[in-house]
Ligand binder design. Sequence first.
Ligand code: GDP
Ligand code: MG
Length: 394
Amino acid sequence: MLQDNLTVESAILIGVVTLSQDLRMVLDYLDELEFLAETAGATVMNRFIQRIDSQNPGTLIGKGKLEEIRLYAEENDIDILIFDDDLSPTQLRNIEQAIGRRVVDRTNLILDIFAKRAQTAYAKVQVELAQYLYLLPRLAGMWSHLERQRGGIGLRGPGEREIETDRRIIRQRIGKLREDLKKIDLQMNTQRQNRGKMVRVALVGYTNVGKSTLMNLLSKSEVFAENKLFATLDTTTRKVVIGNLPFLLSDTVGFIRKLPHHLVESFKSTLDEVRESDLLLHVVDISHPGFEEQIGIVNQTLSDLHCADKPVILLFNKMDAFSYVPKDEDDLTPGTRENISLEDLMNSWMAKNNNPCIFISAKQRTNIEALKELLYAQVREIHTTRYPYNDFLY
Ligand code: GDP
Ligand code: MG
């Protein structure tokens, strides 16, 4: 939605801490938001955090904080304010009017990144649909934007002045996009059905954990992997052979905290790959301080996709980047996440998890053979349960 406008823009981040949250957590969220902002091309100049007991329905944050931000934005020539929380159409409009800068919430930022990352016609249709669904209730506010600042937020399609006309056009466009998606879905379904009897394995996980790196490693393909969020939007599927056993491996779009529901809805077909797979390889970045929360978010998203019952291998990646601070022997305060050694972590996860777990480094190729053995065993079991009389020749 912002198209390339963010490229050279300076931004500030704004987060709120509610009574039920602790500051540490919100700081981690803002780290992630900063990563998202950078991925979209903005430079983050500062962060503002407000503690609130209850949300201000009109502007989310309080008047005083708003004024503080306005002053800062003015003095430092800030282009854009990025909120970690989703803003209602009214809040968005009010804050913009109060501060006189462009305001983007988390959903809008994620949609913007998706729009830039979409490569195939298929991904583009899905993103465009999500963008219009997001835009529709916010049209009135967008117009005040456009009048002040042409080309601010990308309202590519409609050119008319009347909001009602625009709504109609957008609704029509949404209808058309949904139809297009249905057609593509049919094609994809047929393609998937033509793949024969091979067992299907899907790499799933939070964004930036190393899924595409692993895909490349296991399938010797060249899937785009980089230290950015959502480097890959489209699902890539490759045939992989371990021993004499061929199976299909898919690299899928990463999940993230508060993934906009419009995106989940319009990416349903991309996520079909996950839904139709026989085995999930849930990749975790063990070097990330919030990895446990990320596991929770991925599991929640999987259960939203009705995939909670699928067999899973929990794959802890980036063990090379894991660091910890051993606790002093005479330090009697309870240990925190930073004080836990990799070994303890491995033991506790292996003990509490019913699914097979494995710890690897895709980058340094640590434990890749063990991973292959584990995959072989799991895929073979699925295969022989399903086709008891078949060996692996197709
Ligand atoms: P995806 O978003 O899950 O597909 O993640 P990518 O495969 O694109 O990787 C994200 C970033 O993590 C890239 O910069 C990778 O080089 C890096 N990465 C992947 N595996 C490892 C690993 O084992 N150790 C370290 N330190 N970095 C890794
Ligand atoms: Mg990827």
